[in-house]
Write a protein that binds this ligand. Sequence first.
Ligand code: LLP
Length: 436
Amino acid sequence: PRSAERGTDGIVRIAGVPVTDLAEKYGTPLFVVDEDDFRSRCREMARAFGGAERVHYASKAFLSAEIARWVRDEGLSMDVASGGELAVALHAGFPAERITMHGNNKSVAELDTAVAAGVGHIVLDSMVEIDRLDEVAARHGVVQDVLIRITVGVEAHTHEFIATAHEDQKFGFSLSGGKAMAAVERVFATDNLRLVGLHSHIGSQIFEVDGFELAAHRVIGLMREIVDRFGAERTSQLSIVDLGGGLGISYLDSDNPPPVAELAAKLAHIVATESQAANLPVPTLMVEPGRAIAGPGTVTLYEVGTIKDVTLDGGATRRYVSVDGGMSDNIRTSLYQAEYDARLVSRDSDGAPVVARVVGKHCESGDIVIRDAWMPDDLGPGDLLAVAATGAYCYSMSSRYNLLTRPAVVAVRDGASRLILRRETVEDLLSLEVSE
Ligand code: LLP
């Protein structure tokens, strides 16, 4: 986080709170969220994209009721991708009209809840869903505003599991073969759906701007075709281009993501010029950043438990540093070969830096937090490590593997800490059991 600093005592403070105090008070592993960092990234996005409501925080990155309140207070909108995310947002008092609902297989129950709550937009992802939602909206006696998700055929330069705009994946309606236009026609043929925009999400953790530019170009191209086909009057509500999320963040010092303001300016420019060239009214540009808001301002604190040197073929040694969490609180390293950086944060050390593998406590060898981390050679049991930039897709993808209990999450601000999600307990584990 921006507020992290090492004192002369060698102890790292976040928002003025010593990490050693946090570990003592709340235990480890612990997610520490710098509230001002999160909020200031919301504001930065709002400024860059010319209005807070245009920015939908992608809650899949990390959501709790408190996070939903921060997003609400900062005036942003929210993207939810399940009934669960919707429930937490509504529970927190997030205004339904600022919620956009996503998903490639929303259930009737999820659509029912969303329509009943009055969510602002629902993003349609399949023909089946168009009919399903039309029925749900009819039952509620409302006309629901919808966007159609378009597969723009862009190869985003990122891990294959998080690239979403190439043809061979499950999301959206393809531009090729007339699939997207067929979906548009279907929506126009319904009584209870109103098409207000088009959506594209090309992937996640993206550093190159050109994929977004191509997506914008193709979405506007389709918009023009729609207006040509249905006429300006029938399409007068079609006013939103939502380019999804995907802005990459820096996990390592060597990472160099494009500045948000620069990306936003480029996208706004291309949307404006392309729509003018196509003789269209300039649509409102919307985005759905998750990682870029939630990611950078959080660290995971772990306590070192054991250290082991193993001898490799050829005689070299590798040091394994085991911490008290692992793939249950951060699956990203094993799932996407994600890279992280960690620091000793509980004391000063003048130990020589050695390359170590930071691993968790789960019963498999793929349980790696950091493949190669520089650690002082005097690191030992009881030391606290902080892994940086774990705010996105770590807690939200956490599991109970090996029946480890989920860590607590605390927010820090102005020298004070506050629990926002309590640590799971063994009672929580047992609470799902139905037999004595
Ligand atoms: N909008 C839509 C429709 C999405 O599918 C996503 C992410 C976002 C917005 C937010 O993307 P962001 O700005 O956070 O990149 N678990 C993976 C990331 C999966 C992203 C899924 N969709 C990871 O840990 O890298």
